[in-house]
Design a protein. Sequence first.
Length: 302
Amino acid sequence: CMWAYTHNLPAGAKHDGLFEGGSKTARYWHPSIVKNGKKLPTTINDYGPDIFSDFALDFIRRHKDKPFFVYYPMALVHAPYWPTPDDHPADKAKDIGGGKNWRSNVEYADKIVGKLIAGLEEMGERENTLFLFVGDNGTGGNGKGQTTEMGCRVPYIANGPGLVKPVGACRELVDLTDILPTCCDVAGVKLPNDLIVDGVSFKSYLQGDLTPKREWIYEYLGHGRVVRTKRWLLEHNTMRDFGQLYDCGESRNGKGYKNVTASTDPEVVAAKALMRQILSDKPVPDAAVPKPRAGAGKKGKR
């Protein structure tokens, strides 16, 4: 069940509903959705996020007696910020503009998460299900599309009464590549020996073993790369430019970071060497890949 642009529709199918511009069809009211390979008929009264969440719950219900995996990329919260079913019922087909509906979109995303949790409880699957809620990129206009910490640091919440020991906010390093080995570990599935996996399972951490699982995390986009250790942060690293190195100390929120790129302090020199070592076997950004749009985000200021 997926939101489909015009070029993603099955052969011969057309979308007669709303558009968000160009070939980008609507994902909210009167959405363009392909379900199990077929175009799903929708109307102005149909709301995409409800259809997606209903599909996910139906899938779980049909597979609850055996192990299941659901990958659910929510349309919410993403522009255009149209009214939700809980507000402005008379303006379903109208984008009020700006960020006027952003708060209600966030609230509806929270409502859908609650709907999924309630469904798991109703089916008796809540205790034995690992629920991961993760963002996909930094905020548009404030990091998205940039090789900075603000471009790749996102919310990452793990929940499951029978699988996760609550510890609250965590200061350890974790990466999206860790999802695959962690889910396999939780499910008791052994990854093939010849499969190269970048991620590290953090199952034991979720269950109370607070031993650090990572010393660094890495991200790249277009021409740039980012490396983060608990203390040091390297941003905008490219083939031609080392980038900017920050001493973050104990900070995790961007405040108090010190740009030490030009420093010759022995600790900084050692940190630069560590960054080069970490990057030595990582993919080199492809010069043929277009750079991120200038308007996709702003360079983070410390």
